[in-house]
Ligand binder design. Structure first.
Ligand SMILES: Nc1ncnc2c1ncn2[C@@H]1O[C@H](COP(=O)(O)OP(=O)(O)OP(=O)(O)O)[C@@H](O)[C@H]1O
Length: 363
């Protein structure tokens, strides 16, 4: 059974970008949330460490980072879907409800589908293969809403329409759907219970660029309708298209939390890892980050990025705190003096190096 320890009170902002865009209470508040896995032999695997983050209604935060850095574990923890060998610490408040300490009955009855909807990574695998989309939507409408029996059909059709799933495909089976339509069916299912919080786990994986843009635009519409969306993605172009803020994760920690416009435009990311992610994009010169992410079970002491970082100094032997949106001993300046860069989507083959301060001591 999942061992839950070290509860804390709701998150308190620790920097200007740790707060959501709105003025009211956040929809979701993570406060030093951690998840680690107990291993039969060997040390614990710390998959998520000390994550503090808020999400407002009508806001999208994109959680980005390389494979294996803990993004999906974070989403699973919020929905109570961690495996038995997981232990959590810190807190995750969804309104008045603390998710990490909630029991399974509460999560099943009050949270999943009703207050938090999951848009999964592989929608085709998430849908039941032997039932039509209509049948699956009808069942979820029946389970999650008070719709009278004679109105179920119309309610299922309305649910499909909310996710732009075409009515004339409702009687198809999942294997008869394109990737894009399977994604919309999964989105329709996630929206049925009207959950204020949406968690999308790599919703654009495997889709061609055209479909990525349509999927992202549909998700953005949900955000504009007032949902809070935590979107987990590798796809920085998709993140730029949809996100209000970007949270960059490395080896289980948030290393940068920034407004999307500043992150993708000017002054750009401040953490060397986040800069590296952008510079690895084809539009930005295709410069890979040297080395590989560390094994979570064998993290180096201090800053986990230091072994790959050209700016590392002796100071990096200590784990940097997330301060003013960046966890780095040598961050690039937040200064407005840095000349503006064009947003990613307007750039074509910009080959130059990222704007870095001239002297190493600035970093
Ligand atoms: N049941 C488990 N037991 C032990 N370790 C686990 C378990 N589940 C996940 N992990 C560890 O947690 C790490 C983070 O996994 P997670 O799936 O969250 O990564 P991710 O950032 O979502 O990657 P991807 O983008 O590839 O999905 C993995 O590298 C793995 O080491």
């Amino acid at each position: 059974m999942t061992d839950r320890t070290e509860r804390t009170e709701p998150a308190s902002p620790t920097g200007p970008t740790d707060r959501g865009a709105g003025t009211g209470a956040p929809l979701l508040a993570l406060d030093r949330m951690s998840v680690r896995f107990r291993m039969p032999r060997g040390p614990y695997v710390p998959a998520v460490t000390d994550v503090s983050l808020t999400l407002d209604p009508g806001e999208c935060v994109a959680l980005v980072g390389e494979s294996g850095c803990g993004k999906s574990v974070l989403a699973s923890a919020l929905l109570g879907l961690l495996p038995e060998n997981a232990e959590t610490a810190g807190a995750a408040h969804l309104g008045e409800l603390e998710l990490l300490g909630a029991d399974e009955t509460e999560l099943a009855r009050r949270v999943r589908g009703r207050r938090a909807g999951l848009i999964p990574q592989s929608p085709a695998a998430h849908l039941t293969p032997v039932r039509t989309v209509r049948s699956q939507l009808t069942e979820v409408v029946r389970e999650l809403t008070d719709t009278p029996r004679q109105e179920l059909r119309a309610a299922a059709e309305a649910a499909a329409e909310r996710a732009a799933f075409p009515a004339d495909h409702l009687d198809r089976y999942p294997h008869e759907l394109s990737g894009g339509l399977a994604q919309r069916a999964a989105t329709a299912l996630a929206l049925v219970g009207g959950p204020p919080l949406l968690l999308a786990d790599e919703p654009t994986t495997g889709l061609d660029r055209d479909l990525v843009e349509r999927t992202v635009d549909e998700l953005r519409r949900q955000v504009d309708d007032g949902h809070g969306l935590l979107m987990i993605t590798h796809d920085l172009a998709a993140a730029e298209r949809i996100a209000d803020r970007v949270a960059v994760m490395y080896a289980g920690r948030i290393v940068e939390l920034a407004d999307a416009a500043a992150f993708f435009g000017a002054p750009g990311p401040r953490h060397p890892y986040a800069r590296g992610l952008l510079d690895a994009l084809p539009e930005r010169g295709f410069t890979p980050i040297p080395g590989l992410p560390p094994e979570l079970g064998a993290l180096p002491p201090g800053c986990a990025f230091a072994p790959r970082c050209t700016y590392a100094t002796a100071a990096c032997a200590a784990v940097p705190a997330l301060t003013a949106g960046v966890a780095c001993h040598h961050p690039a300046p937040a200064a407005d003096a840095v000349p503006p860069r064009q947003p990613l989507k307007q750039r074509t083959g910009e080959p130059g190096p990222p704007q870095q301060p001239e002297s190493a001591d600035v970093r």
